[in-house]
Design a protein around this ligand. Structure first.
Ligand code: IPE
Ligand code: IPE
Ligand code: MG
Length: 233
């Protein structure tokens, strides 16, 4: 089968990677940011068009304050340095998730980056930050209900396309492949609507240890899959 157009990655296992080495969990997050750089370079060179990265879930806010603060500072650094490198290379960057929950400077940075790169087409990186699929679906339902209330839409006009187009992922194709590192075999509230027909690849490798070779293995595995989309062919 052909290369996946869109790969979603649940970047899990940073904390365990650090704990195994007697380091604070935050050391794992720092190492994880380096993995991300390698993985994006590989995906782009390989010809994958879209990569969505689950970096922080809507539930991750409940972690200890010190860990959340470190993650916020890592995002700050990432948006300032690494994202700028990507922009220079013509990469489109978007964000999905509850943006309003971040500090004002981060919100401003996200808006600015998205606006600046929205016309770029050669490679698209989507960062899921404070993202939760249930929350995204809920927000879409509220928007549709408002349209119905205003008389702009009839209830029987709400179809699957309408729901898709009111999600924060409206501008991206559904993921073909979802990779989760760290050995956990669950979705943890990632892209629930969009992954209806995605292929899954679970690896025990912890995110800081994930690399080009491991990514290549996931792609090779995907290429052997036979997707039927409910049909019989
Ligand atoms: C993923 O690694 C990064 C985030 C969720 C922010 P974890 O921090 O969940 O690492 P583990 O799963 O505890 O090892
Ligand atoms: C999922 O990982 C979220 C991200 C990788 C950002 P978690 O570590 O939060 O998920 P659970 O708690 O193991 O399900
Ligand atoms: Mg985890």
């Amino acid at each position: 089968m052909a290369l996946p157009t869109h790969v979603g990655i649940i970047m899990d296992g940073n904390g365990r990677w650090a704990q195994k080495r007697g380091l604070p969990r935050t050391a794992g997050h720092k190492k994880g940011a380096e993995t991300l750089k390698k993985v994006l370079k590989y995906a782009r060179e390989k010809g994958i068009k879209v990569v969505t990265l689950y970096a922080f879930s809507s539930e991750n806010w409940s972690r200890p304050k010190e860990e959340v603060d470190t993650l916020m500072n890592l995002f700050r650094e990432y948006l300032k340095n690494d994202v700028n490198e990507l922009i220079k290379e013509g990469v489109r960057i978007s964000f999905i998730g509850q943006r309003e929950r971040f500090d004002a400077d981060l919100i401003e940075q996200m808006n600015h980056i998205e606006e600046k790169t929205k016309e770029l087409t050669n490679f698209h990186v989507v960062l899921a930050l404070s993202y939760g699929a249930r929350d995204d679906i809920l927000t879409a339902v509220q928007k549709l209900a408002q349209k119905v209330k205003e008389g702009a839409l009839a209830p029987n006009e709400i179809d699957m396309r309408q729901i898709s187009s009111h999600l924060s992922t409206a501008h991206i194709p559904d993921p073909d492949l979802i990779i989760r590192t760290s050995g956990e075999q669950r979705i943890s509230n990632f892209l629930l609507w969009e992954l209806a027909y995605s292929e899954f690849y679970f690896t025990p490798v912890l995110w800081p240890d994930f690399n080009e070779k491991e990514f290549e293995k996931a792609i090779e595995d995907f290429e052997l899959r036979h997707r039927r989309f409910g049909n019989v062919v």
